[in-house]
Design a protein around this ligand. Structure first.
Ligand code: NDP
Ligand code: 8X3
Length: 248
């Protein structure tokens, strides 16, 4: 029987690339997100390549939806907690509190709701691997990004603490912390302003979702006695949240 991987936020960017990469590595995929048509097209693509994919359409911000969709699932071998977003880029005195709610409810509470259901089954079986998608924003807070950075600081803290909590049960926890990856991330951050989103990547060759997927596939195939706790990935033109070398 195939190993099973549950990937949240698989309708675009890092999550979609990860679903395709893990399917190619032989995992049966459970892909989640809110956009049903995107999930359906991912499922078709994986199946056309000879893989297996189930889709679950729900919002990770709703504990009721998370429980309703995930409790009936069998135990997963791998959980990739990827669903997340940045919304807005403003000083703290000017931010939109609806953006703040969206980031905290998705990036922190959504990750917790999903983990609560999936980790319980992994711990009961005594095996499993959870990969949390954090960010360099989880250790490097920057101007205009207070709430997004706070949400990813929370993911960083949760990853370390859940690794300790699950240690004796044999469940591994890895945090992958990317820098700049060109996905729908900036378009979502700027509420659909494509021109502003494109400006983020000007003069830079950013990472692609596939680059992060490759790292996830690598950490997932390590032998049982070996774990990557924390992996930071950046474009070669970026040295951290504050340093990007843009070519003219
Ligand atoms: P995308 O916007 O391309 O993808 C985000 C994914 O999250 C989508 O599949 C979206 O699906 C899903 N999602 C968002 N909100 C919810 C929700 N409430 N319920 C369920 N699914 C949701 O961005 P990325 O691929 O870049 O982002 C993936 C992760 O990577 C995020 O956690 C992000 O913070 C992190 N990250 C991104 C970086 C970057 O530079 N791009 C760098 C560092 C970290 P749908 O809309 O269909 O629900
Ligand atoms: C996404 C990377 O630098 O925009 O987490 O916060 S950054």
């Amino acid at each position: 029987m195939k190993k099973q991987a549950l990937i949240t936020g698989a309708t675009s960017g890092i999550g979609r690339a990860t679903a395709l990469r893990l399917a190619a590595a032989g995992y049966g995929i459970v892909a989640t997100g809110r956009r049903a048509e995107r999930l359906e097209s991912l499922r078709r693509e994986i199946e056309a390549a000879g893989g297996e994919c189930r889709t679950l359409c729900f919002d990770v911000r709703s504990e009721e939806e998370v429980r309703r969709h995930l409790e009936p699932l069998e135990d997963m071998d791998l959980l990739v907690n990827n669903a997340g977003l940045a919304a807005g880029l403003e000083h703290i005195d000017q931010g939109d509190t609806r953006d703040w709610d969206a980031m905290i409810d998705t990036n922190v509470k959504g990750l917790l709701y999903v983990t609560r259901v999936v980790a319980a089954k992994m711990a009961a079986r005594g095996a499993g691997h959870i990969v949390n998608i954090g960010s360099i924003a989880g250790t490097e807070p920057y101007e205009n990004g207070a709430v997004y950075c706070a949400s990813k600081h929370a993911v960083h803290a949760l990853s370390q603490a859940m690794r300790a909590d699950l240690l004796a049960s044999g469940v591994k926890v890895t945090e992958i912390r990317p820098g700049m990856v060109e996905t729908e991330f900036s378009c979502v951050r700027f509420h659909g302003d494509r021109q502003r989103a494109d400006g983020v990547y000007e003069g830079v060759t950013p990472l692609r979702g596939e680059d992060i997927a490759e790292a996830i596939a690598w950490v997932a195939q390590l032998p049982a006695h070996m774990n990557v706790n924390d992996m930071v990935l950046m474009p070669a033109q970026q040295a951290g949240a504050y340093y990007t070398h843009r070519k003219k």
